[in-house]
Write a protein that binds this ligand. Structure first.
Ligand code: HEC
Length: 127
């Protein structure tokens, strides 16, 4: 999939940042079970907010394009979507790279976190 170079650079930066955070998380968590923990998930979505946290659900970074709303989405739906990106059943390159960096536990936690969000959630800058 063709991408503008600035987009690719920015995305790689995000992924690098994400990977460095997640490796710390992975060490702390140890062996993963698949039950999602929304509180743990809150610490794992820093890299998602740049794209999924824009009002109107459009990222302006580095150009405007549509990003789906995931706050308040069903946890199973989010989990399946992330596993599909990871396996390559969904093809969007940036999401695929991100999902590949997530463990099953990360995915479960993130899904639980986003599923618990509502537009009125006080701490919900990140829809
Ligand atoms: C670089 C921007 C970007 C980042 C960072 C990003 N996403 Fe995405 N995400 C997208 C775009 C764009 C789509 C739509 C892709 C498509 O058409 O398949 C998407 C799709 C998704 C979907 C599928 C939504 C649906 O309605 O089907 C989920 C779930 C998701 N992202 C979760 C995450 C999570 C969790 C993170 C952080 C770990 C994250 N994304 C980080 C841009 C991003």
């Amino acid at each position: 999939m063709m991408k503008r170079p600035e987009f690719r650079t920015a995305a790689l930066g995000l992924i690098w940042l994400a990977a460095s955070q997640l490796s710390v998380t992975a060490h702390a968590v140890g062996v993963a079970d698949a039950a999602g923990n929304a509180q743990a998930g809150a610490g794992k979505v820093a890299m998602c907010i740049g794209c999924h946290g824009i009002e109107g659900y459009r990222a302006a970074f580095p150009e405007v394009y549509r990003v789906p709303m995931i706050g308040g989405q069903n946890a199973k739906y989010i989990e399946i979507a992330l596993h599909d990106y990871k396996k390559g059943n969904r093809k969007y390159a940036t999401m695929r790279a991100i999902a590949t960096s997530l463990s099953d536990q990360d995915i479960a936690d993130i899904a639980a976190y986003y599923a618990a969000q509502a537009p009125s959630s006080r701490n919900n800058p990140d829809k």
